[in-house]
Design a protein. Sequence first.
Length: 336
Amino acid sequence: MDKKLSIIIPVFNAELFIEKCLRSCAEQDIPALAYEIIVINDGSKDNSHQIINNIIKEYSNIIYIEKSNGGVSSARNAGLDIAKGEYVWFIDADDWIESNCLVFLLDTLKKNNLDVLQINAKEVAVNGTVSPIFLINQKASPILSPETYLQKGFFEGYTHMTLSRRSIIEEHNVRFNPAIKMREDLLFYLELITHIQKIQRLQITPYYYCIRESSASILHDTDSTLPFLNEIRKIKKQDVIHDYNQRLISDYVYDHIDQNIFSMSTLIEELKANSYNRIIFTGNSKLKVKIFFTAYNLNLYFALYLFYLIKKNRIFFKKLSLHHKYSLTSQISHSF
């Protein structure tokens, strides 16, 4: 039987979570022969290996790979290299998925002839509290071209919220970049989306995304931000992602300044060295980003003065920005 789906799970020191993750993927509503679960142990130093070995004895569709530690990107790439499914779904080892969700997801992909399907997730706090939705301002979409999907703000670059047609990934040799330390998943999907025809987002939540104490976001330092932005500029089909990329640049640079104000002079030098002399923002950029870069493009010192005012009056700007957001209740059309 041809494989309908490849679930790829990179594992690194996940002994506390991996059993729940694997069982949620293995105990589903389609036959085991119809899909595969590829587990890549990326040089774990804990008891993950023994736990995985015990579990795979119970399920015939789990494929287990061990490799030396190379990071999550190299682990996902190792899974892609042997995957045989029509579609691919990356799942993190400390998360899990809803029971009886694969039939619905695969039927949606086939029925609508989608190249990519994006979904939402429930958020699990450190204390175990489950929130009903992760992306509270995201909404469902019709079936769209990638250009329209990006322009209308539906796109999110999260691996665990995206199921993709594997043949397109292989045809264009799309892989995760191990050299990128921050948002390597976003880079992967921005490359992939330039090659597809049809994409859709559903406001369903079959995925449980766990917030761990060790999973805090990486600071937007120059060493991680600029390589990430520069790699996006290397994507060949810039016409597809141009507007989205302009917003991404302004938002990421602003976040760097927000988190690293004392390295501002270094950032300015690096931006100019990488030809970011003028930062362009779009209508979808945050209000504070629009204000800052309007000033930035006129006069740096004036922009910095405005930046300090924004930081001092953050509550005011937050309230002002709320006028541009959607309510949570109007977004949820379906939930597992």
